[in-house]
Design a protein around this ligand. Sequence first.
Ligand SMILES: [Zn+2]
Ligand SMILES: [Zn+2]
Length: 298
Amino acid sequence: MVPVPFPGESFVSWVDTVAVTMQLSRAAALRVLGLSGTASFSTHQFHLSPRQLEELRQRTGLRPAQVERMLFSFYTPTALPQLAPDMSERVSNPWLRREHSAACPLCIHASGGRWLLSWRLKWTFLCADHLVYLVDRCPRCELRLYWRLEATATGQRTHCIRPTVRQGRGQRRSGAAVCGFPVAEMQALPVNDEEALHIQRRVSALLLPADASHNEASRQLLQHLARIVHDATRRKTTAGLLDGMESAVIRAVHDVERQPWQPPLSWTLEHGSPAAVSALVRIAARTVLANHSGIQAP
Ligand SMILES: [Zn+2]
Ligand SMILES: [Zn+2]
């Protein structure tokens, strides 16, 4: 039978684990699971219809709730209200990594290549178990990890499989050698700051759906945080905003590609590493969460 989902695993990671276990391509694994579509699937990650869930239950024995825990729609009650079933699947959200994933290399090592759903949210910027900031780019080729459009991509669970392109040459990417850097060996920045850890724990508790009143409060707090981040990214200067943060985080913010005529933080949410995005969340959390001590990490 098919491997069971790892706790917190994302749907695409599970499909790729099924494919590896059954020695199939991702496209063939999807067919075995009764799902149509190409290997570069996107919509299956968002939500599945009752008919598809029933089909999966018959073929794999997985309960619909187990499958729904792996889909982006799991976060509809809290971080991704735009994904409510009556709304478009193709909605974009600046806090969702929809085409790629961040990762904790130590978790990848420990799990043998299971990628967590929570890593798909930019709200998740560090691993509280291993005390490192997540990585989202390969250190060798600098491309993003777990890129959806690598169609036969089951190898991405453990290695960077982006095609190698020699710099300065117009070499075609198709059929080229792949980078091959092992994800478990990627260096992650250590977390040396209690504040970052504390805020990640608070935010992670907000993300996790629970009862209706928790979800409502979480949704409002996350939207409030997002608005403050939005304002911060439009400020002409970072003066004061990064006070007290670790030098590695400040460096990560400064590393974000930007144009000199734009506000310094304007590209950070879209292009920044998880460490850089952590600065945005911390800026907002210092204002918002200080007044809401009621919601604590479980
Ligand atoms: Zn970890
Ligand atoms: Zn690479």
